[in-house]
Write a protein of this length. Structure first.
Ligand code: IPE
Ligand code: IPE
Ligand code: MG
Length: 239
């Protein structure tokens, strides 16, 4: 309790690509492309700062509502990201995996995500989670269905399902909860990101759009986190 140390787990809602492009009179796709560059930069800098876990929200369960052209462009960028960036991440000893349900993505993209996980699975550096077709509600629902199935088969006793047990059935099984969630582009909402895991995360909103979020922006956001006092429901300790 009290003043936070450096966070182990940083989560980022990478928002504002579209507005970044629109403000420059460019199609939204340019913003998404610049957003991929920002992610490369921030993954590199997170590793350099010694952050253990970085989780980024790249595509939500709700983002399928966007125009087909934009969805296809995002899928294309994702394919390109896996093809071009995995070697670089592997070299930095980053361990990559996806959170969310990959089934609706094209099979080659699913294979790329899977081979990225396999290639980097033994790396001991930064652990990078990319949330794709991810929604906090869908994730909790999948865990509930899984546990209900186990209970029905008699494999577990419903009375023994506690918070740790539920957490082990989420996509983030094995990861500590994020201490801080950063959202870019000035929006202050979770948009269905890490609903369970965010229970006591510090929420840091930054005004910059995601493509403008750079090394300095990350350091400023971490400094903001360090100024917070985390009480976890208890009362402040007397000095
Ligand atoms: C974030 O930027 C990227 C995704 C959600 C895929 P947006 O595309 O949401 O950009 P804005 O919020 O419309 O500016
Ligand atoms: C949240 O951003 C999802 C991602 C960053 C991937 P959105 O732009 O989709 O969220 P809303 O619609 O503004 O809440
Ligand atoms: Mg947005």
């Amino acid at each position: 309790m009290g003043k936070p140390l450096d966070p182990q787990h940083v989560a980022i809602i990478m928002d504002g690509n579209g507005r970044w492009a629109e403000r420059r009179g460019l199609p939204r796709g340019f913003g998404h492309r610049a957003g991929v560059e920002a992610l490369r930069r921030i993954a590199r800098h997170s590793a350099a700062l010694g952050i253990r876990y970085l989780t980024v929200y790249a595509f939500s369960t709700e983002n399928w509502k966007r125009p087909r052209g934009e969805v296809n462009l995002l899928i294309g960028l994702l394919r390109e990201y896996f093809q071009k960036t995995i070697a670089e991440l592997h070299e930095m000893r980053v361990r990559v995996r996806v959170l969310g349900e990959m089934a609706p993505f094209p099979s080659d993209v699913r294979r790329l995500a899977e081979s990225a996980r396999e290639l980097t699975g033994l790396n001991d550096g930064l652990r990078l989670q990319i949330a794709l077709n991810y929604g906090g509600r869908a994730e909790i629902l999948r865990a509930a269905q899984n546990l209900a199935g186990q209970a029905l088969r008699g494999a577990i006793d419903p009375a023994e399902i506690d918070e740790d047990c539920l957490a082990r059935h989420l996509d983030t099984a094995g990861l500590p909860d994020p201490e801080v969630i950063i959202r870019t582009s000035g929006e202050s909402r979770l948009s269905n990101f890490l609903l369970w895991q965010a229970a006591y995360a510090e929420f840091v909103v930054v005004e910059e759009c995601w493509p403008d979020f750079d090394e300095k922006s990350l350091e400023n956001a971490l400094a903001e986190y360090r100024r917070r006092e985390r009480r976890f429901g208890a009362v402040r300790r007397k000095k």
